[in-house]
Design a binder for this molecule. Structure first.
Ligand code: ATP
Length: 460
C-alpha cells in the first residue's frame, strides 16, 4: 500500500497545536533545528520513557548511563570521526546550492526542481570534497587548536570509554549492555524533511558487550527485539522493513548491519529510523590503543581475558517521534457530521494528553464537578481541562492533539455522579461512575487501544 505524503500537513499541525516550532523563528529560523512545544515535549518524553523502560528497567543485563556531550578530543581520533566522519560535498557554482554527492539521485536542481543537479544546462558542479560533519568549539578562554573540542556526533563513545567503569561498579558479567539517551550534533550538508534530518538531535543508543563468537547470535536477538519495540509503539508493521547493509555500505570493522526503516509515505518512502550493528571489538580496541589503558574484560570463572564484541542499537528519538506522528495522522469523515476531523491516532500511552475533561455547559455545577474529576485524574495522567466553546469543537481539538479519552460531565452527571468517556478512535461513548473513571482509563491504557471495543473485550 502506498502511503500519502503528510509531512507538510504535519508541519502546520505541529506548529498550530504546539508540537514542534522552528528554532528562533522570530529571527527567521535556524537551519534545520527545531524546538518541541508543550505537546511535543510530552510526546517525545513518552517515546524516550518507553525506550528506557524496555531497554534498561525491564532488563537486568543492561545498565543506564548519562555521559557528557563534551569529551576528550582524542576520543574522536580513536573513534575515527576526525579522519573519517565526513560526507562528500558538491557545490553548484551557478546557484550556490550544496549537495551530498552520494545522494544526488534524491536531490533537486535549485534552478529547475524537476531536474537533478547537473542535468540543467547551467549547472556547474564541483568535484566532490570531503566535509567533516562534527561541530567544533573551544574549551576555555583561548581559541587555539590545543583547546578545540567537538560536540559529540553520537552518544556511543561515551559508553565505550565508560565500559570498565560501569562493569566494575555494577559487577555485571559479559554479556551485558549500557544504554543512554542524549543529544548529538551533526553539521549535515542536506538536512531537511522536518525533524527527519536535523543538525541537533537526540539518540537512544545501547551497546551490548558479548564474548567473541557469540556476537551473531546476539545480533539476531537484538534485531528482532528492536523491530518488536517499534511495533509496540504503534507503528504499523507493514510500514517497517529491514535494510541490510551491503558490502559497500558496511563500515570496514563491522561484521553485520541492518537498518530498521519506516515508510514515511510520499516520495520520502522507506527511510532509516534505527541502526542495529555488529561492531566487532573495533571501538574498545581503538580506545585501548589511543588511551594506553587496558579495556579487557576479565572472565574470572573461565580464567580468561578478552575485548568483548559490541552489538549496537542506535535510534533517533526525534526520528521515531516523527514516525509516530506520520503513522498517526488521519483526515476522516465523521458519520452524521458535515465537517470531517483531523485526528492523531497515537498509541494511547504516547499521547501528550491522556484525557480531556469537559463540562457540557457552564451551569448546574458542571464546571465544579469537572474540575474535581480533572484534579483527581491529574494525579495519574496528563489532563487538559476545557470549558470553552461548543462540545464538538472541544472534541475536535483533542482529536488533533491525539488525546485518546474525552471525559464529559453533563446534567445527568451532577445528579448521578457519573461521567461519559468518549473514545478517540471509534467515537463510542460509555458511562462510568466518576470515582471509577481513573481506573477505567488505566485499564484502557494497558490495553494499548483507544476504542470502546477494547473495554468490551474485557480490559476495562
Ligand atoms: P543517515 O544515513 O540517515 O545519515 P546514519 O546511518 O548516519 O544516518 P547513524 O549514525 O546510524 O545514522 O545514527 C543512528 C540513528 O540516529 C539514525 O537511525 C537516526 O534515527 C538518528 N539520526 C542520525 N542522524 C540524524 C540527524 N541528522 N537527524 C535526526 N536523527 C538522526
Amino acid at each position: 500500500m502506498a502511503y500519502p505524503d503528510v509531512l507538510e500537513k504535519l508541519v502546520s499541525l505541529a506548529k498550530r497545536r504546539g508540537f514542534i516550532f522552528q528554532s528562533s523563528e522570530i529571527y527567521g529560523g535556524t537551519g534545520s533545528v527545531w524546538d518541541y512545544g508543550p505537546l511535543g515535549v510530552e510526546l517525545k518524553n513518552n517515546v524516550k520513557a518507553r525506550w528506557w523502560n524496555a531497554m534498561v528497567r525491564q532488563r537486568d543485563d543492561v545498565e543506564g548511563l548519562d555521559a557528557a556531550i563534551l569529551m576528550h578530543p582524542r576520543v574522536w581520533e580513536a573513534s575515527g570521526h576526525v579522519a573519517g566522519f565526513s560526507d562528500p560535498l558538491i557545490d553548484c557554482k551557478t546557484c550556490k546550492a550544496r549537495f551530498r554527492a552520494d545522494k544526488l539521485q534524491d536531490a533537486q536542481c535549485a534552478r529547475k526542481p524537476s531536474k537533478k543537479p547537473g542535468e540543467h544546462a547551467e549547472c556547474q558542479l564541483t568535484e566532490p570534497r570531503q566535509f567533516n560533519l562534527m561541530f567544533k568549539t573551544f574549551m576555555g578562554p583561548v581559541e587555539d587548536s590545543a583547546a578545540a573540542v567537538y560536540l559529540r556526533p553520537e552518544t556511543a563513545q561515551g559508553i565505550f570509554v565508560n565500559f570498565l567503569n560501569v562493569q566494575q561498579a555494577t559487577r555485571q558479567k559479559v554479556p551485558f549492555g549500557i544504554a543512554q539517551i542524549g543529544k548529538a550534533f551533526r553539521n549535515e550538508i542536506t538536512p531537511g524533511n522536518f525533524t527527519f534530518r536535523t543538525r541537533e538531535f537526540e539518540q537512544m543508543e545501547m551497546q551490548f558487550f558479548v564474548e567473541p563468537g557469540t556476537d551473531m547470535e546476539w545480533f539476531e536477538k537484538w534485531k528482532a527485539a528492536r523491530r518488536e519495540w517499534h511495533i509496540g509503539l504503534g507503528l504499523d508493521a507493514d510500514r517497517l522493513q529491514f535494510h541490510q547493509h551491503g558490502e559497500k555500505e558496511l563500515a570496514h570493522y563491522a561484521r553485520a548491519a541492518f537498518d530498521i526503516e519506516f515508510d514515511f509515505g510520499g516520495t520520502l518512502g522507506f527511510q532509516e529510523i534505527e541502526g542495529v550493528h555488529n561492531r566487532s571489538d573495533f571501538d574498545l580496541k581503538q580506545h585501548q590503543e589511543f588511551s594506553g589503558k587496558r579495556l579487557e574484560y576479565v572472565d574470572q570463572a573461565a580464567n580468561k581475558r578478552y575485548l568483548p564484541y559490541v552489538i549496537e542499537t542506535s535510534v533517533g528519538a526525534d526520528r521515531v517521534t516523527l514516525a509516530t506522528l506520520v503513522n498517526a495522522y488521519r483526515e476522516e469523515t465523521v458519520e452524521g457530521e458535515q465537517e470531517g476531523r483531523t485526528v492523531l491516532r497515537l498509541h494511547p500511552a504516547l499521547a501528550p494528553i491522556t484525557a480531556g475533561v469537559f463540562p457540557l455547559t457552564k451551569k448546574d455545577g458542571q464546571p465544579e464537578m469537572a474540575e474535581r474529576v480533572a484534579a483527581e485524574l491529574r494525579k495519574r495522567f496528563t489532563v487538559f481541562y476545557d470549558d470553552a466553546g461548543a462540545i464538538g469543537r472541544r472534541y475536535r481539538r483533542q482529536d488533533e492533539a491525539g488525546t485518546p479519552f474525552g471525559i464529559t460531565i453533563d446534567s445527568d452527571s451532577t445528579r448521578n455522579n457519573d461521567v461519559t468517556i468518549r473514545f478517540r478512535d471509534d467515537l463510542q461513548q460509555i458511562r462510568v461512575s466518576a470515582e471509577k473513571a481513573g481506573d477505567v482509563i488505566a485499564a484502557y491504557l494497558a490495553s494499548d487501544v483507544a476504542t470502546a471495543e477494547a473495554g468490551k473485550a474485557g480490559t476495562a
